[in-house]
Write a protein that binds this ligand. Structure first.
Ligand code: F6P
Length: 547
C-alpha cells in the first residue's frame, strides 16, 4: 500500500516539520510563491497558501510517481478496465474527445460512438428549438423538465446555472425554461412544474440504469401530469430519455427512437459530458455553447495527461488534497466560488468527490490504514462569509479552494461607487485567502486598543491553507475546464490513495432498507398489517408515522 512507500514516510516527517512553520512567514518568500503558481490556458492556480514548502511539493510529486500516477492516468484514458469491482473502463474523457480522434476499446471506436449520439442530439435539439418538431397539439416545446438524480442531475444543473447569465447563452435561451426534478419529495415536482403548460413542455427522463426508484416515480408523476391534460398519445411527442438501458426505456413506454444512449464506461457522476448533460444543455442554449463546454473539458484532459506533475493543475489540486487529508489530518474541504453562477458547483463536486473517494478499502479490498476521502461543502462567496466562515477563520481548519474570475458575466457599476460590483466581489475574493493565511496576532489586536479581556476573542490564528484559482470569465469553455479540473483532482487523489474511485457500493444498503420500509408502508396503510421485522426504535417510529 502507498503508506509503505519511502515518499509517504518522508511526508509524514515533513508534516511534523511543517507544523513548526506559519504561512505568514512562508508567504514572505517570493521564490516559493512563484514556484507554487501555475498558469495554463487562461487559468492561474496559486498554491502558495498551502502549508507547504517547495520541498513538500517535491515530496508530494515523488509520492505521485511512486503511486504510478502517470501510468494510471494513461491506463484510465486508454480504456483499461480500472473499475475492477464492476469490471468496467472509465472513459468520461472520451465523451469530449474531438470527432475523428480514434479510441478503440474492445474492438469499438468509442469516440465515433460518442459523436454518433452527439450528432443525433444536435439534430434533435435544433428541431425542438426551431419549432420544426412540435408538441402533440402543434405548439412549440419551449420548456424542458429534466428528471434525474445524483449524477443524472447535479452536473447538468451546475452547468446550466453556470451558463444561464453568460451573455451568449442568455440570448440563446430567450423564451425557454429549463427545470430539474431530482428529489422524490413531491414538492420538488410541484416546484418544477409550477407555471408550465404541458402542451409546450418536453420532458427528459435521465437515468443511467433507468431503475432508480426516485427518478422512475418522478417520471411516472410527470407522465400523469402530461396524460391528464393531453391524453396518452402525447407521451411520444413530449417524453424522451437518456439512458444506458434502452430496454427499460422501452418498458417505461418511451420510444427508443426518442432515447439518447450512453455507455457503462461512463460513471453517473462523470456523465455530464454525455447525453445526460448535453441534451438538456443543447435544448436550452443551442449547440455552440455545448461544443465549447466539451472543448474546455477536453483541453484539461490533455493537460492532465501531458503536463509534468509540478506544472499540472489537477495533479497539484489532487496532491495538496492528499497532503491536507492524509498528512495534516484536515478531513474537510470548502469549495468557495466567488461567482453566483457557480452556486451549484459545490453540490456537483461533492458528489463527484465524496461518492468517488469516500472509501474504506484499497483496490484489493484491504482496509486503508490512513484517512482518505474528504468532506466537501461550499457556497458562493460572499454569501459563505456571512455563514460558515466564522468556523473556518477561528474554529476548525478547513482547507479551501477559492475560485474567481477577472470579468463578470453581468457587469454593473453603480454611479458614485468607487469600484464596480464585480470588483467589490473580488476584493473579498483576494482578502479571504490572506485573512486565513496571515490571521491576526494578540499583539496586533491589542495595538488596536482592544481591552485585554476581549483580545483572545478577536485573535485569528491564521496558517489556514487555501488554493486560489483565477480564470478570465465564466464561459462555456471555462466551465468545461473547471468541471474537468475537479473530476481529475478526484482521480489523482484516488490513484494516490489506491482506492477505486469509480464504484459506489456505499449507496446500496440504504436502498435495500428503504425497499423493506416501502413494502411495510404499503401493507400497513392498505391492509393494516402489523409492523414486523424492524428493530424496536424503527418499529416505534413507523407506528408513529402511520398513526
Ligand atoms: O446514488 C447512487 C447513484 O447510483 C449515483 O451514482 C447515480 O449518479 C445516481 O444514483 C443516479 O443513477 P441513475 O442515473 O442510474 O438513475
Amino acid at each position: 500500500m502507498i503508506h509503505e512507500n519511502p515518499a509517504w514516510k518522508q511526508l509524514a516527517a515533513e508534516a511534523t516539520a511543517i507544523k513548526q512553520t506559519h504561512l505568514r512567514d512562508l508567504l514572505k518568500d517570493a521564490g516559493r510563491c512563484a514556484a507554487l503558481r501555475v498558469e495554463h490556458d487562461g487559468i492561474i492556480a496559486d498554491f502558495s497558501r498551502q502549508n507547504a514548502t517547495t520541498r513538500t511539493l517535491h515530496l508530494l510529486s515523488e509520492l505521485a510517481k511512486e503511486a504510478g500516477l502517470h501510468r494510471k492516468i494513461k491506463a484510465q484514458f486508454s480504456g483499461e478496465r480500472i473499475n475492477v469491482t464492476e469490471n468496467r473502463s472509465v472513459l468520461h474523457t472520451a465523451l469530449r474527445a474531438p470527432k475523428g480522434q480514434k479510441l478503440i476499446v474492445d474492438g469499438t471506436d468509442v469516440v465515433a460512438q460518442v459523436h454518433e449520439v452527439l450528432d443525433r442530439i444536435h439534430t434533435f435539439a435544433e428541431q425542438i428549438r426551431s419549432g420544426q418538431r412540435l408538441g402533440a397539439t402543434g405548439k412549440p416545446l419551449v420548456d424542458v423538465v429534466a428528471i434525474g438524480i445524483g449524477g443524472s442531475y447535479l452536473g447538468p444543473e451546475f452547468v446550466a446555472e453556470s451558463l444561464r447569465f453568460h451573455p451568449g447563452c442568455h440570448a440563446a435561451a430567450k423564451g425557454r425554461r429549463l427545470r430539474f426534478i431530482a428529489n422524490v419529495d413531491p414538492t420538488d415536482a410541484a416546484r418544477a412544474l409550477e407555471g408550465l403548460d404541458p402542451e409546450r413542455t418536453l420532458v427528459v427522463v435521465i437515468s443511467k440504469t433507468f431503475t432508480t426508484a426516485e427518478t422512475m416515480l418522478n417520471a411516472k408523476t410527470v407522465r400523469s401530469w402530461l396524460v391528464e391534460r393531453l391524453g396518452p398519445a402525447a407521451v411520444a411527442r413530449h417524453m424522451v430519455a437518456v439512458s444506458t438501458n434502452l430496454k427499460e426505456v422501452a418498458a417505461f413506454g418511451i420510444d427508443p427512437a426518442n432515447a439518447f444512449g450512453f455507455w457503462d464506461w461512463v460513471g453517473g457522476r462523470y456523465s455530464v459530458c454525455s447525453a445526460v448533460g448535453v441534451l438538456p444543455l443543447a435544448l436550452q442554449f443551442g449547440w455552440e455553447p455545448v461544443q465549447k463546454f466539451l472543448a474546455g473539458a477536453h483541453a484539461i484532459d490533455q493537460h492532465v495527461h501531458d503536463a509534468p506533475l509540478e506544472r499540472n493543475i489537477p495533479v497539484l489540486l489532487g496532491i495538496f488534497g492528499v497532503w491536507n487529508a492524509s498528512f495534516l489530518n484536515h478531513p474537510s474541504r470548502a469549495l468557495l466560488p466567488y461567482s453566483q453562477a457557480l452556486h451549484r458547483f459545490a453540490a456537483h463536486i461533492q458528489q463527484v468527490d465524496m461518492e468517488s473517494n469516500g472509501k474504506r478499502v484499497d483496490l484489493s479490498g484491504r482496509p486503508l490504514p490512513f484517512e482518505a476521502g474528504e468532506v466537501d461543502f461550499g457556497e458562493p462567496g460572499t454569501n459563505g462569509q456571512h455563514s460558515f466562515y466564522q468556523l473556518v477563520h477561528q474554529g476548525r481548519v478547513v482547507p479551501a479552494d477559492f475560485i474567481g474570475f477577472k470579468r463578470s458575466q453581468t457587469p454593473v457599476t453603480v454611479d458614485g461607487e468607487t469600484v464596480s460590483n464585480h470588483d467589490e466581489l473580488m476584493a473579498n475574493f483576494f482578502a479571504q485567502p490572506d485573512a486565513l493565511a496571515f490571521g491576526k496576532t494578540a499583539e496586533e489586536v491589542a495595538a488596536e486598543g482592544t481591552p485585554d479581556w476581549l483580545v483572545p476573542h478577536r485573535v485569528f490564528p491564521g496558517n489556514r491553507p487555501s488554493s486560489v484559482l483565477l480564470l478570465d470569465e465564466l464561459t462555456p469553455y471555462s466551465c468545461g475546464q473547471l468541471l474537468a479540473l475537479y473530476e481529475h483532482r478526484t482521480m489523482v487523489q484516488g490513484f494516490i490513495w489506491g482506492v477505486n474511485s469509480y464504484d459506489q457500493w456505499g449507496v446500496e444498503l440504504g436502498k435495500v432498507l428503504a425497499k423493506q420500509v416501502r413494502t411495510q408502508l404499503a401493507a400497513s396503510r392498505g391492509g393494516k398489517a402489523p409492523i414486523a421485522g424492524f428493530n424496536p426504535a424503527t418499529a416505534a417510529m413507523l407506528a408513529d408515522y402511520l398513526r
